[in-house]
Design a binder for this molecule. Structure first.
Ligand code: WT7
Length: 606
């Protein structure tokens, strides 16, 4: 209705507490990285904390429309921070805590964030990450580039009092990993402790009443040009789409305990760990750790601990656990499980069947959900127990979604077909723009095939009308469910003084789905050594983050190019795979190089 107002935080919390009487219901069971470290929060406690932090933000001068950067581990304060932004109409821009200082800085600058929320440090498995130190590096870089960001709020997480006062734990048995004497760098001109600000904040806070088309958040995703794109979602449509798809795709029931293993730093964590479940008044698990710590049975021990009914994870995690066999799974009961979800990349039928047979004991339907940061919620997905499944197919469109498959000339293909996956009409959760670059939004998603939204994925429809995603058809790669562009890895490599040219291609990987294979040519006077290779890997890790670390780097005396000078990645992909069937190479300016590149292949046997 025109002129009507709303607030998403109000709908997620106040409405559930006051109208639905869910105040005492658990919103989140928090499970720390270290077994035994856990907490829980009810809907009314969450509402109070969010109100307090919203008041803190307001007292720091944050207003509707301001951008707030959030760089945090998977802790309850992350949810509190994002909902507090939503409550006062500020846009959160959450940056996955595995990203590097450079990546964080780039994202802060791109949308002009005025404040950063972070934490002291955390453990991922047995690895200590001093997050504040990385955040400080990013802030230093931002300052040099003229960023207006002047304030940083820091959660004391690893060093929190109840577990680690002067190195001793008050928890029993002591959680040794928490009792760390971590050094948190501190800049008094800028830094403020979360708990100090919260201690005097009121638990009541009037929400900012918003138009349904007001901006809700920005979330960066890799773009094929190499620069991350700030996908912008708005309040009304996103809320409706996240809530409805959560409800139907997981067949949500009030007594469910739902667990999505994604990090909140990705869209899955926004839509299906925070907004979707909370809109439905659901109880969820929020897990800080990794599937393999302290052992590969951790996921199933958490499932049993909280009696998880609906479980949502990524194919890469399934393949990783599959490698360790059935025994660690079967040691746990898992009898609470009812629906199993998959997201992030195509799930190969072998992993699908293992998930179905071993994890779900053939009684849990699998929902293989295809969607994107840009779509806000599920686009192609089965509805559990209603849609007959085929292992590896995301099956059919969700309500209101109209897919089509186009050929290269933009014609719609009927029946059995393969081509470009597009959507023919908008849906509530569709992104509204790329922050600060509406023109790029139009060209990226709507220019190639006017009148359609282009996903960038290839897709096949079988004789029964089932959709099968065949993977990206642009210069993107999907490593363990995380999208990266070849261009961003290439530009990180090119910053090294020894490199004159670099080409990056995707290469199949048994666990990660795809991995990163690089070809590099060197400047005169440099030699291709093991040392250089290590430096290059480190360089990419530092520029982008550990997920982008190259798996293979091959020396290339030169790169195959067309006569117009374009690097032919299509051919490099085949060289990496040792696939001699190169097709037409008549357009190459330098076909002679191909033989050398085949001879110099990296050993990719896993
Ligand atoms: C790309 C979007 C959606 C949240 C996580 C990733 C691939 C995603 C599936 C699936 C096959 C999938 C696509 C898509 N993808 N889910 N079920 N089957 N492919 O979000 O980082 O925006 O990546 O992930 O290639 O375009 P994202």
């Amino acid at each position: 209705m025109k002129g009507a107002t709303t607030n998403i935080c109000y709908n997620l919390l106040d409405r559930n507490v006051n109208e639905k009487k869910l105040g005492d219901k658990i919103a989140f069971y928090w499970e720390g990285n270290e077994p035994g470290d856990s907490a829980k929060i009810t809907y009314s406690e969450l509402l109070h904390k969010v109100c307090q932090f919203a008041n803190v933000l307001r007292s720091q001068g944050v207003k509707k429309g301001d951008r707030i950067s959030i760089y945090m581990p998977m802790i309850l304060e992350l949810v509190v921070a994002m909902l507090a932004c939503a409550r006062i109409g500020a846009l959160h821009s959450i940056v996955f805590a595995g990203f590097s200082a450079d990546s964080l800085c780039e994202r802060i600058l791109n949308c002009g964030c005025s404040l950063l929320i972070t934490a002291d440090a955390f453990y991922r498995g047995d690895k200590l990450i001093n997050l504040k130190q990385i955040a400080d590096e990013a802030l230093q870089k931002c300052k040099e580039k003229g960023s207006p960001l002047k304030k940083c709020i820091v959660v004391k997480h690893l060093g929190r009092e109840e577990v680690a006062v002067d190195g001793t734990c008050s928890k029993s048995p002591p959680l040794k990993r928490l009792c760390q004497d971590i050094q948190t760098p501190w800049n008094p001109a800028m830094d403020m402790w979360w708990h100090e600000l919260m201690s005097s904040a009121s638990t009541e806070c009037e929400p900012e009443w918003c138009d349904s088309e007001d901006e809700l958040f920005i979330l960066y995703t890799s773009g094929s040009t190499g620069k991350p794109k700030g996908v912008l979602h708005t309040v009304g449509g996103y809320m409706l789409f996240a809530a409805t798809s959560f409800k139907y795709v997981f067949d949500y029931q009030p007594e469910d305990v739902y667990w999505c293993t994604a990090d909140i730093g990705w869209i899955t964590g926004h839509s299906y760990l925070t907004y979707g479940p909370l809109a439905n008044g659901a109880t969820s698990v929020l897990f800080e750790g990794v599937p393999t710590y302290p052992d590969v049975g951790r996921m199933w021990s958490i499932v049993d601990k909280y009696k998880v009914t609906k479980f949502y994870t990524a194919p890469t995690a399934i393949r990783l656990l599959m490698k360790h066999g059935e025994e660690p799974v079967k040691k746990h009961s898992r009898k609470s499980l009812k629906v199993l979800g998959s997201v992030g990349e195509p799930i190969n039928p072998e992993a699908w069947l293992w998930y179905y047979r071993v994890v779900g004991e053939e009684r849990c339907p699998i929902v293989d959900t295809f969607w994107q940061t840009e779509t806000g919620g599920h686009m192609l997905t089965p509805l559990p127990a209603a849609t007959p499944m085929k292992p590896g197919s995301a099956t059919f469109p969700f309500f209101g979604v109209v897919p089509a498959i186009l050929n290269e000339s933009g014609e719609e293909l009927e029946g059995e077909a393969e081509g470009y996956l597009v959507f023919k009409q908008p849906w509530p959760g569709i992104m509204r723009t790329l922050y600060g670059n509406h023109q790029q939004f139009e060209t990226t998603y709507f220019k190639k095939f006017p009148g359609y939204y282009v996903t960038g994925d290839g897709c096949r429809r079988d004789k029964d009308g089932y959709y099968w995603i065949t993977g990206r058809i642009d210069d993107m790669l999907n490593v363990s469910g995380h999208l990266l562009s070849t261009a961003e890895v290439e530009s990180a490599l090119l910053e090294h003084a020894a490199i004159s040219e670099a080409a990056v291609v995707s290469h199949p990987h048994p666990l990660k789905g795809e991995c990163i294979y690089c070809f590099v040519t060197l400047r005169d006077g440099h030699e291709f050594t093991k040392n250089l290779m290590d430096e290059l890997k480190k360089q990419v890790r530092e520029k982008i983050g550990p997920i982008a670390t190259p798996d293979y780097i091959q020396y290339a005396p030169s790169l195959p190019k067309t006569r117009s000078g374009k690097i032919t990645r299509r051919i490099l992909r085949k060289i990496a795979k040792n696939d001699q069937d190169l097709g037409d190479i008549s357009t190459l300016a330098n076909p002679g190089i191909i033989k050398h590149l085949f001879n110099g292949r990296c050993d990719t046997k896993q």
